[in-house]
Design a protein around this ligand. Structure first.
Ligand SMILES: Cc1ncc(COP(=O)(O)O)c(C=O)c1O
Length: 372
């Protein structure tokens, strides 16, 4: 049996008519850049994340980069973030003119260890960028007061966490709701994925929304008049059409992922060589990824591949050890929790369309490897 790491064909089969209807409406209009579908998507994603404004941009990377650029960082200004994330988290800090400053992660959720953030704050710190890794939110209720005390902007990297929420002071708060600005990615593999690159900034700060809107169109809202130097980071109408067609399914898809996660967790519970994902009890996880920590991870991955099970390692080398950041001066051993995670994590197949037979095959194959 084959269980690919992700099966977008299965998803498309179920929704082709809805998606094609919206896509063909854009084709018929021949209006491909921004326009009504993008405005509709901006309103819908802002509503979902309980933010006042959405700004559609060309990628999740730009959804982080443009709010960071809006901070007008001076050389040497620092942004604190996690070393255990996709590269864009730190790459955008660098490209916005800042210096990434890393702190270690929590061993259970792999999210930024908020307790360590305060010790990393210096007079040059301007912002903190927590990442809601794999689809569960970082502990914003502890991060936000510390950031406020020090006058720091919190920019949420919510690229993996659309629709995730966390119970804070007795109320559900959405990914993207509480930060100064937040970035979502619509990369095709995301829970809400387009047919190419795409992203969205959400914020409840009207001035910041306007600034990001300007930055995505070469720094000017009036054509051919430029207040500052921005870039081209417009979202395509075709991507917005695909995303609008998929959006009504998102909640049920994420619930199906949670059900699969519960199934995996029960089936793998007695296996000492595997630690299943830990969900912070305050969180409703959207399981963008289902990531176990495994003994002999590389051996397990090779075994699963031979059994027809696709897996992936997110992420094999923490950001503080990437060659491009050698100048920051971090050495191996500096962030032991992130470094241990990089050696042990393995993402199992996770998508709403997984069948029970497929889930069973994944688990049987894992058990066979450990002879358990
Ligand atoms: C945590 C994180 N940050 C940023 C990004 C960047 O998003 P994109 O690939 O859409 O540029 C991604 C997605 O790949 C991500 O997972």
């Amino acid at each position: 049996m084959n269980v690919p790491a992700l099966d977008l064909v299965a998803q498309h089969r179920g929704i082709a008519a809805e998606v094609m209807g919206r896509v063909m409406a854009v084709v018929d209009s021949q209006h491909f850049i921004l326009g009504q579908p993008v405005a509709d998507l901006e309103a819908a994603i802002a509503r979902l994340s309980r933010a006042a404004h959405g700004v559609g941009v060309a990628s999740g990377t730009d959804a982080l980069l443009l709010p960071l650029k809006a901070l007008d960082l001076a050389p040497g200004d620092e942004v604190i973030t996690t070393p255990f994330s996709f590269f864009a988290t730190a790459g955008t800090i660098h490209n916005a003119g800042g210096r990434p400053v890393f702190v270690d992660i929590e061993p259970d959720t792999y999210n930024l260890d908020v307790a360590q953030v305060e010790a990393a704050i210096t007079p040059r710190t301007r912002a903190v960028m927590p990442v809601h890794l794999y689809g569960q939110m970082a502990a914003l209720e502890r991060l936000l007061p510390a950031a406020e005390r020090h006058g720091l902007a919190v920019i949420e990297d919510a690229c993996q966490a659309i629709g995730a929420r966390r119970r804070i002071d007795g109320a559900w708060r959405m990914a993207g709701e509480l930060g100064r600005a937040s970035g979502f990615s619509f990369y095709p593999t995301k829970n809400l994925g387009g047919w190419g690159d795409g992203g969205m900034v959400v914020t409840s700060d009207a001035a910041l929304a306007e600034r990001v809107r300007r930055l995505r169109t070469h720094g000017g809202l009036k054509t051919y008049f430029h207040d500052e130097v921005g870039t081209n980071s417009r979202l395509d109408a075709l991507q917005a059409a695909v995303l609008l067609a998929k959006l009504p399914f998102l909640e049920a898809w994420s619930a199906a992922r949670r059900a699969h996660a519960a199934w995996y967790a029960a089936a793998l519970a007695e296996l000492p060589a595997v630690r299943t994902p830990v969900t912070d009890p305050a969180n409703e996880h959207i399981f963008h990824q289902y990531v176990i920590a495994a003994d002999d991870r590389d051996g397990l991955q090779a075994h699963l591949q031979s059994a027809g099970v696709g897996t992936a390692v997110y992420y094999p080398l923490p950001l503080h050890l990437q060659r491009c950041f050698a100048h920051l001066g971090y050495r191996e051993g500096r962030f032991p929790v992130a470094e241990a995670a990089a050696r042990r994590v393995l993402a199992l197949p996770m998508y709403p369309e997984l069948t029970e037979a497929q889930l069973q095959h994944v688990v049987t194959s894992i058990r066979a490897f450990y002879r358990a």
